[in-house]
Design a protein around this ligand. Structure first.
Ligand code: MG
Length: 303
């Protein structure tokens, strides 16, 4: 290509780009209408997040902040169904998701460990259904869980098949199982939101879903791209924490930007929960939690 034809091609390219920028869906007014679509930020807390001596005090605090979701741990959940139902009765707070709590793991080589997973996970799923939870969060295998099936194509097929059975069981109980990708230090097997969503899809069960955790999403190249890739069909839950040290959102200052991910959630019309899963850097839990909620609401509006 000589310089003359190169310039010609470049000019055509520039014109094409200019045309694309005014196509419907790519201009500013479309973005504005998405912003005005009224997708709400539903905030949820795990049990340790709010200050308070007991569950009732914690829920009082959550209500005062307008927090509408509660994410209990799954351990011993079937014995807590009545307690949790009674505590939520008359409040504007629902169970968002159940955080793991099962024993064993789904990719265990040892049949006894796999059996332990199947039994305890199903027990939690039944309780989750009774509590109206969106799902039960699970990780296929933490790095420390051994012996684990090798990271091969056959194992992925096995995982999808086992998840199909689990997902269908969850659907029968009015809930789902939610795959949580973690960062490579915790679970190399599944790190990306898109990968979790693809495994959910390939399971063939509508009862298998995926989630994103803004802490673990340090693995992603784009918060927006990661959450968009799962989309409304697969995205069932979100975890949030500060982005430097996994403390309360806002405690890592300028690092704690969630607008890129929030924009994706607004654009897909995400109607589930954004749930706090984090520690506390400061001394004053009530102040840090309040600041965090205000920060997320501000960024949601800006997104
Ligand atoms: Mg998490």
């Amino acid at each position: 290509m000589d310089r003359r034809s190169f310039l010609k091609t470049s000019a055509a390219g520039t014109a094409a780009l200019a045309a694309v920028s005014v196509l419907p869906g790519c201009n500013g007014s479309e973005k504005k209408s998405r912003k005005a679509s009224g997708v709400e930020l539903n905030i949820s807390f795990q049990e340790g997040t709010a200050p308070g001596d007991d569950l009732s005090q914690k829920l009082d605090f959550m209500e005062s902040l307008g927090v509408t979701g509660f994410e209990p741990g799954g351990r011993g959940l079937s014995d807590r169904v009545d307690e949790i139902k009674a505590a939520l009765n008359g409040r504007n707070i629902k169970v968002s998701a159940i955080c793991a709590g099962f024993k064993g793991f789904i990719l265990a080589e040892d049949p006894a460990v796999k059996e332990l997973f199947d039994t305890t996970m199903r027990e939690i799923i039944v309780a989750a259904g009774e509590l109206g939870s969106t799902g039960v969060i699970m990780v296929p295998a933490f790095n420390a869980q051994t012996p684990c099936k090798p990271h091969t194509l056959e194992t992925r097929d096995y995982l999808c098949e086992e998840l199909r059975k689990l997902g269908d069981f969850a659907l029968e109980h009015g809930t789902t199982v939610i795959l949580e990708p973690l960062n490579r230090k915790e679970a190399f097997y599944m790190r990306l939101v898109a990968d979790a969503a693809a495994i959910a899809r390939d399971s063939g069960s509508k009862g298998v879903k995926a989630m994103g955790d803004f802490w673990h999403m340090q693995e992603e190249t784009s918060d927006y791209g990661a959450l968009m890739s799962a989309g409304k069909e697969y995205l069932q839950h979100i975890h949030i924490a500060s982005r430097g040290n996994r403390k309360m959102p806002g405690e890592d200052g300028e690092l704690d930007v969630y607008t890129d991910g929030f924009r994706a959630l607004k654009e897909i019309g995400y109607d589930k929960y954004v749930s706090f899963e984090c520690g506390l850097a400061g001394e004053d839990r009530a102040a840090a939690v309040t600041n965090a909620v205000n920060l997320l609401r501000k960024q949601w509006t800006e997104a």
